[in-house]
Ligand binder design. Structure first.
Ligand SMILES: [Zn+2]
Ligand SMILES: [Zn+2]
Length: 105
């Protein structure tokens, strides 16, 4: 007695992050940076409107990657600094330059 055996060979293609050189902070790092920043923009660039004081714009966690009030982004301080917490700064959408926008303050 021969039992029919159908052998299916199914291949699973695992989509990896092949060739991705784009840097990205882990959620852990972003959260730590967020807490360090105290839910405020950490920008200290002198070329910005806030000059010698940190921007300090109040941000909203849920508005990550958004533009406008409370919008912010995790930003690399230096290009070759890696994805460590020390190289992560929290910037409001204004300072990170996601998109230039003019909103009367
Ligand atoms: Zn700012
Ligand atoms: Zn700024």
């Amino acid at each position: 007695m021969i039992l029919p055996s159908s052998l299916k060979s199914e291949k699973y293609w695992v989509a990896g992050y092949a060739g991705s050189s784009e840097m990205a902070f882990s959620e852990d790092v972003v959260k730590q940076a967020w807490e360090r920043a105290g839910e405020q923009c950490e920008c200290r660039k002198r070329t910005h409107r806030h000059f010698y004081t940190p921007c300090g714009k109040v941000l909203v966690w849920e508005n990550r990657g958004k533009v406008g009030r409370g919008g912010w982004e995790a930003h690399h301080i230096t290009i070759d600094g890696g994805d460590a917490l020390s190289n992560c700064e929290i910037l409001c959408s204004n300072c990170s330059g996601i998109r230039p926008f003019s909103t009367p303050v």
